[in-house]
Design a protein around this ligand. Sequence first.
Ligand code: NAD
Length: 479
Amino acid sequence: MNTVAGVAVDTRHWIGGERVASAQTFPDRSPIDGTLLAEVARGGADEAHAAVVAARDAFPAWAATGRDERARILHAVADGVDKRLEELAIVETTDNGALLRSHRRGVMPRVAHNFRFFADWLTGLRHDDFDTRGHTNHVSWDPAGPCVLITPWNAPLMLATWKVAPALAAGNTVVLKPAEWSPLTASLLADIAAEAGLPPGVLNVVQGYGAEAGAALVGHPDVRRISFTGSVPTARRIAAAAAANLVPTSFELGGKSPLLVFADADLDLAVDLAVEQYDNAGQVCLSGTRLLVDSAVADEFTARFVARVHALRQGDPRDEDTDIGPNIHADHLARVDGFVRRALASGARAAVGGGPNTDLGGLYYRPTLLTGLPPGAEALTEEIFGPVLTLQTFGTEQEAVALANGTRFGLAAVVVTGDPSRAARVSARLVAGTVWVNCFFVRDLRAPFGGSRQSGVGREGGTWSFDFYCDVKNTVTAP
Ligand code: NAD
C-alpha cells in the first residue's frame, strides 16, 4: 500500500475482486516535482488473461441483474466518488499535474455524474415497438460481454468513467487499463466500486505498459468490445489486434482543432476563448490549438491575447491561484519543445513563450503562440499536446473554412462571430465532431461526442454509448 498526498492507494491490479501483485513493477512519478509516488504492478499477458477470464465469468450474473439493481449500484458508486472527491482530486493532481481547482470543481463532480447519468439513461432506455404487417418489432439492448477499456493520462478518471459507466450500466463486465503515467485514481475507483457493492469480476483494473498489458488485453479472444481513448498510432495497433478477432472498437483520438475568429466577433470573448485553450497545459484533445483570425482584426487580437497570456500564473497545480501547471513527463515535454524549436529554426516567431519556464524548471513550459508558420508546417498539422498555439490569418470566410478543414483531424472547432447566419453557414461546412459557437467545452452527456477523420471512430454519449456497448437486437413477433 502506498500513501499519495495522504491517501492510501493500492497499486496492485484489481482482478476478480482481489488485489493481485505482479513480479515486476514500474515507477510512477509526480509531474509537479518528480517525486516517486509509487511502484505500480506491471501487468503482462498473465494478468491480462486473468482479468478477462474474471470479467467473462462474472458476465452472466451481471447481465442478468435487473436494470434497476444495476442502476442502484452505479448510483452508489457515484455517491462513493462524491464522498471521496477531495481525495480523488488531490491524488489525480499529484499524479498527472492538472489543476487541483479543476479536479475539485469540474472533473470529479463530472466523474460522479458519469455514473448517475448512465444509470438513469439505462432505466429510461426504450424504443417504442413498431408494427410491420401486423408483426411487432421489439428493439432491445443486450449486453455484449467483457469490454476492454484503454485510457490516456491527460484526464485519467474522467475519461475512464466515461467508458466504465455506460459499459457497466448496459450489463457488461469491464477490464480497465489506465495509462502508465497516471495510474492511481483507477485503483481508487476499484475500491469505491467494491464498497458500493459491485460484484467481484464486474470491474477489473490491470496496470501496466501499453505494449505489454494493453496489447495482451486488446488481443484477447474473449473480449467483445474495445473502447480506446488515446493517440492515432496506438489506435492503429489496437485496430489491427481487434481485426484479428473481429471485435467492434470505439476510438476517441487526437485533434488539431481550429478556433476561428471573424472580424465581427466580440474580441474580448475571442481572447477569453483562445486563452482557455491552454487549459491543462494544452493537454486536452479538444483544444482549439490553431487560432485562425481574420486579418482585419489579427493585430488587435494578438496584442490583447499576448497581454492576457503574460498575466497567467504558472506554477504548482495544487495552488488554487495557478492557471497553468506542468506537463506530464520529461519525454512528452521534449516532444512538445521539439515542435517549437523546429518551428523557430525554420523562421516562425514566438509572439509569447517559446520554451521551458526556466524560473520554475522541471516540466513547466511557457504558454506559447507561434506565428509566421508557412502552410503545411508540422506545427500546423501535427498534434503538439502542450501549451503551444499557432496563429494564421485569413481574408475570406471561404479561406477560413479551408484552413480549418485542412488537417487529417476532425475532433472539434470553435467559431467566434457576431453574425448568427455566418455561424450557421460556417458550422455546417466544418469537419468536426463538435462545433462550439461563441463558447467552448459546454458538454451535455446526452450529446454525441467523437471525432471525424483520424480523430476517431464512432461516438460516445447517451444512446451512442449504449449502442456501442450492446448487441442491439430486434425481435419480430407474428400476430
Ligand atoms: P497513447 O496512445 O500513447 O496511450 C493511451 C493508452 O493506450 C495508454 O493507456 C497506453 O498504455 C495504451 N497503449 C499503448 N500502446 C498500446 C497497445 N499496443 N495496445 C493497447 N494499449 C496500448 O496516448 P496518450 O499519450 O496516453 O494520450 C494522448 C493522446 O490521447 C492524444 O493524442 C490525445 O489527443 C488523445 N486523447 C483523445 C481524447 C478524445 O476524446 N478524443 C481525449 C483525451 C486524449
